[in-house]
Structures are given as C-alpha cells and as structure tokens.
Design a protein around this ligand. Structure first.
Ligand code: SAH
Ligand code: SF4
Length: 359
C-alpha cells in the first residue's frame, strides 16, 4: 500500500494516479531526487500514459523504485478485441483489488473509452448485468482516471480505420457514477487538468440512472461535462419496475433537474433507452416520451438490449425499433439507435462484469 505525502499526510492510496502532484513531488524529494524529476514523472504518467518501463528519460534505478513503491495499480488481466481491432475491452485489476472492465471504441472520427465508476452497482436495474452483481466497491479517483490513462496508451494500437488518439471519456461502464460522486468528480478534475491528463470537459459524458441530487451537484461542479440519463420508460409505474431509483426520483422530479442542467449549461442532455421487447418499445411509451424529450431538447439514444442471464426478456426486433424511431421522429424528437459495438466480446454497456466473475 502506498503512503502518500510527508509524515503528516500518510494517506494510503491504491494507485499512483491517486496522488496529487504535490504528494508525488514530496515523495521523490524524500528519496533525494531533484524536484524537476517529479514533473517529468508526472507528465509521463498522465500526458504520455507511459508505464514505468516506457519512461526512457527517467534513470532506470528511479523507475525501479517507483514501480516498487508507487505502483501504477493497473494490471491488465485479460484483453479482447472485436470489430477488427477497433473495439478493445480490458479486464483491469485496479489498486491490486477491484476487477472491472473498460472498453475502448475507435470510430471513424473519434475514439471513446467507456469507464467504470464502481465495481458492481447497487441500483438494481433489472436488465443490467452490473446491477445483477450488486455493489462491491466504489472506485477511487485514481482508479477511475487510470482507466482513461490505459485507454490513451491502448489507442496507439487501434487500426488505421480510426484515429489513434483518445478523444472522449464516457461514464457508461460498471457502476452508477453519481452514487460515487466524490471520486468521480475528483477523477474529472484530474482528467481535465491541463497539467495532468488534459482532456476537454466537453469530451466527457456522465451517464446516470437519474440520481437527482447528483445531477444538481454535477451541474454546479462540472457544467461543461455532458449528461446522459437512463430513462428506459416514460411512465413512473413502468420505470420503477425497470429502474428502482425511480421510486425516490420520479420522472417529474428528474425532468426538473434535467431542465435546470440544460438552463445552466445550454447543452442538450441525452436520454438513454434500452429497447426491451414489448416492455418499453410500445407506441404508448414512445408517445409519452416524445413531449418530455422535446421539452428538454434532449437527444434520445436507443440501445438494443444486450441479453443478460438474470433477465429473461429479449431485445426489441428491428421492426419494433424502427416503429419506435418513426413515432419519435414524427413528434420531431431527435433520435438515434446506438450501434452494437463489441457484442461478440460482451463489451456492450450492461454486459460488463459477468465475464469478470467467470460467468
Ligand atoms: N449507471 C449508469 C451508467 C452505467 S450503465 C446508468 O445507468 O446510466 C450505461 C448504460 O447501459 C445505461 O444507459 C444503462 O441503462 C445501459 N444498460 C444497462 N444494461 C443494459 C442492457 N442489458 N442492455 C442495454 N443497455 C443496458
Ligand atoms: Fe447500475 Fe446503471 Fe446498471 Fe442501473 S443500469 S444497475 S444504474 S450500472
């Protein structure tokens, strides 16, 4: 376990990415290194996403000491590729403890990493593989940021059909980011800090099940960060049966928080909707969704349901998805159907985690 900072700040942290720049500097100075070394190491860790082995400008003895005393805390346990190498999923052990999954997706014009914010999830959405696991642990800010660092490194291996540079970070992996606000917000701070990872906040999106206080806090703390809200139903009765937190934050309250976010940020929120056969893909639900989406100026993102062992209902047929899209479009709602990236390696949202536990 790493002890960060001087004697008065012996805080244990699970990865080197959990250290502040000052704490890393203190540590290196305590080892007798000149202060500029810490700057070099910091920049290699965050900007170049280098492993200690790759830090050719750092003396080998110091690299060894760093690896021994301040481990990166990111171990790739398994890695699978799909879509001719443009989708890459890794099972990562973070901080020597939590196994989680992160997925890198290369598109023609951008490269996105889907990061996890928790190991498991306590929200209990019935159709979600991560929800079916229950909550194991919150990830720390460093453990979350380390996934983006992994992605920056991994992006160099993407095929020529996509850019080889990470451009976007989405919190759509395992876990509910707004149930782990403190660490998620600190991770966003580090990722957007120009002297650290340095990605624009507008290139980050937080996806939430709809925890209203969290949306309010996100609006205040990170107004540039994008917001996606997982609706899946546009009536409280149906939504509560799919997404249990709806009991605490019903649709009217959720819409109010999203409207406040939109007013403060002048950005379009996204509404996510997993298409479940004859459950939420009906004309009735599309008709209820349309006015909400229009009032919010939201973009509706339909996700073909990924089958999970704990949820027996199947995904909507292409025909039913088409009909749902048509109903929304006729009501002048902006809607797209998400592609089924990484299906063959269980890399799609909602399928993360079960393979990690060997199921
Ligand atoms: N907890 C957050 C973010 C992680 S889930 C949230 O719920 O938004 C990311 C997205 O995947 C959410 O929209 C979620 O509803 C969706 N999802 C979960 N299980 C799914 C499944 N089996 N098929 C399709 N989408 C799913
Ligand atoms: Fe948690 Fe999101 Fe899955 Fe719901 S959909 S259980 S909030 S990860």
């Amino acid at each position: 376990m790493i002890r960060a900072g001087g004697p008065s700040r012996l805080v244990p942290v699970p990865t080197v990415y959990d250290l502040t720049r000052e704490q890393l500097t203190d540590r290196l100075v305590a080892w007798g290194e000149p202060a500029f070394r810490a700057k070099q190491v910091w920049s290699q860790l965050w900007k170049r996403a280098a492993t200690y082995d790759q830090m050719s400008d750092i003396p080998p003895a110091l690299r060894e000491q760093l690896a021994a005393d301040l481990p990166l805390g990111v171990e790739v346990l398994d890695e699978r590729t799909a879509d001719r190498g443009a989708t890459r999923k890794a099972l990562l052990r973070l901080g020597g403890e939590h196994a989680i999954e992160a997925v890198l997706m290369g598109y023609r014009d951008r490269v996105t990493v889907c990061v996890s914010s928790q190991s498991g999830c306590a929200m209990g959405c019935t159709f979600c593989a991560t929800g079916q696991m229950g909550l194991k642990n919150n990830l720390t800010a460093g453990e979350i940021a380390a996934q983006a660092v992994w992605a920056r490194r991994e992006a160099a291996r993407l095929p020529a059909s996509t850019p080889q540079r990470l451009s976007n970070v989405v919190f759509m992996g395992m876990g509910e980011p707004l149930a782990n606000e403190r660490h998620v917000f600190a991770a966003i701070d580090r990722l957007t800090d120009r002297a650290s990872f340095g990605i624009g906040a507008r290139h980050i999106t937080v996806s939430t099940v709809g925890l209203v206080p969290g949306i309010t806090h996100l609006t205040a703390a990170h107004p540039q960060v994008g917001l996606a809200v997982s609706f899946h139903a546009a009536s409280d009765e149906l939504r509560s049966s799919l997404v249990p937190p709806n009991d605490r934050y019903p649709l009217a309250v959720l819409e109010e928080a999203m409207a406040a976010w939109r007013a403060a940020t002048h950005r379009r929120p996204s509404i996510e909707w997993a298409m479940i056969d004859r459950v939420n893909d009906t004309d009735e639900q599309a008709t209820l969704l349309a006015p909400i989406a229009r009032r919010l100026g939201a973009h509706v993102n339909l996700i073909p349901l990924n089958p999970t062992p704990g949820y027996p209902v199947v995904g909507s047929s292409k025909g039913r998805i088409r009909r749902f899209v048509d109903t929304l479009e006729r009501a002048r709602v902006n809607v797209t159907v998400r592609d089924t990236r990484g299906r063959t390696i269980d890399a799609a949202c909602g399928q993360l985690a079960l393979s990690a536990s060997g199921a």
